[in-house]
Unconditional design. Structure first.
Length: 217
């Protein structure tokens, strides 16, 4: 699988501290199985973050499938990964013997008809779990999405957001006090390319800035 010659650099407020803490370096290696949601506005760095997660995987994926619900062929990942592009989720084919990753680009329930919603939901519910497929769903708003996406998500990346209704929904979904979220997005996640990582697989460092920096409220 072709990979970038040089990995995109994650932001780090204290690189020296990271170098002293070997466990921190592993935070970009997401465990399997993972169902990851990357949510944020256009041109904030969602696809770059996705690529970083792929290339930091300790055991590289042997099969990557990129699905566009809008029916558009994406060239977003052609520069760094060898992947299969599909515009119909029924064309996805996974083998349990592979290390599989399924990426959904621009996942928006408003762009899908009832049949598409049912097919994609069933795919997430049965096909991905049966064949041990890691999933990354990229969207602008995770609440304009299929309910199953929110239900099975165990790692979420949220780029800067100041919409109070969105923060309220995020608070309820992940059981994070709303005042804490307001504080995070006002004082910690401030740059448009910053992201809040909510990682249910690592409870001791559940909230992090740009993957590595633990957030303590």
């Amino acid at each position: 699988m072709p990979l970038p010659q040089q990995l995109i650099q994650f932001k780090s407020s204290d690189k020296e501290w990271h170098d002293k803490e070997p466990d921190m370096k592993d935070y970009a290696n997401m465990p399997s199985p993972s169902f990851i949601v990357i949510s944020g506005p256009t041109n904030c760095g969602k696809s770059s973050l996705c690529k970083n997660l792929i290339v930091h995987k300790n055991k590289p994926y042997t099969h990557i499938c990129v699905f566009s619900p809008l029916g558009e062929d994406s060239t977003e990942y052609s520069d760094c990964i060898d992947c299969e592009m599909i515009t119909d989720v029924r064309d996805a084919n996974f083998d349990r013997n592979d290390r599989n990753l399924f990426i959904v680009e621009d996942c928006d329930i408003k762009s899908m008809n009832k049949e598409q919603r049912s097919i994609i939901s069933n795919f997430f519910r049965f096909e991905c779990s049966h064949n041990q497929v890691d999933c990354i769903v990229i969207c602008q708003n995770m609440f304009d999405n299929l309910p199953i996406v929110r239900r099975v998500c165990n790692i979420c990346f949220v780029f800067p957001c100041h919409d109070i209704q969105y923060l309220h929904s995020l608070s309820k979904l992940f059981n994070i006090p709303l005042p804490d979220l307001k504080h995070i997005f006002k004082y910690i996640i401030t740059d448009k390319y910053d992201s809040l990582c909510i990682d249910e697989t690592r409870p001791s460092v559940r909230l992090r800035k740009n993957i590595f920096d633990a957030i303590k409220i």
